[in-house]
Design a binder for this molecule. Structure first.
Ligand code: SF4
Length: 234
């Protein structure tokens, strides 16, 4: 694992596309991580097209003393891949950050840019795949290749009690990162799993625009996941 070095950031990046320092620098890949060839090619295409976008592995965001980790899927093209911060700048972030605010897990203003005043308290967001995949679909091999970064992120949190996984792919990767075996732990919205290590995992449908527009995930359903998390913490 390498620290994302500030000196490696391109000069063209405006403040709204420059995330703050990672809360877990020891669990971040290099800005030019070469491990997934397809994603590297796509990253280079994006860099050529949008010189002022982040276009790199998206660092974790939140509280290094978090008790709750949210395992996302991967950066979205116009969201985290552009701004450099998970769930920032696309539709999914509105519901996620509104919900975290509601449960006291976030403070400050979410303005869809990396240099706003949003901060997380007791929570952290770690994506299962750190680079932008074409069509938002990482391959199973890419999920596997990036898993050590998820694993390292989760194991670097001294107060971690609970993981919320957003979507089936994040669920499967989180189970494996936490030492569980599939298919014993099956994905279902708001299902709670206790892993062999004692860690608790709760599943949620991903808060993507598609899931919200089709009604698969409502704000009430999403809040129920965090309500359960708060109850289990206490
Ligand atoms: S997805 Fe993860 S492992 Fe693959 S290139 Fe990006 S940072 Fe590296």
């Amino acid at each position: 694992m390498n620290i994302i070095a500030a000196k490696a950031l391109p000069a063209e990046l405006p403040p709204q596309h420059r995330p703050g320092p990672s809360p877990l620098p020891m669990a971040e890949p290099d800005r030019d991580c070469p491990l997934c060839p397809r994603l590297v090619d796509f990253r280079e295409e994006c860099r050529a097209r949008h010189v002022d976008w982040w276009n790199a592995p998206v660092p974790n965001f939140g509280d290094p003393n978090a008790w709750l980790a949210i395992a996302g899927l991967a950066p979205g093209m116009n969201g985290a891949n552009r701004t450099g911060r998970p769930f920032t700048g696309d539709h999914a972030g509105h519901l996620l950050y509104a919900t975290l605010h509601k449960f006291g897990l976030a403070e400050g203003d979410y303005l869809e840019r990396a240099d706003d005043s949003l901060r997380l308290n007791g929570a952290i967001i770690i994506n299962s795949v750190k680079c932008l995949p074409p069509q938002n679909k990482p391959t199973p091999q890419e999920v596997k290749t990036c898993r050590p970064f998820l694993q390292q992120g989760l194991s670097s949190l001294p107060n971690l009690k609970l993981v919320v996984a957003l979507g089936q792919i994040a669920h499967q990767s989180a189970v494996k990162a936490l030492g569980g075996k599939l298919p014993k732990y099956r994905f279902a919205h708001n299902a709670m799993h206790r892993l062999p290590s004692g860690m608790i995992l709760i599943d949620s449908y991903h808060c993507s625009r598609y899931n919200q527009n089709t009604g698969r995930l409502t704000a009430e359903m999403f809040e129920a996941v965090f309500e359960q998390a708060m109850t289990l913490r206490d």
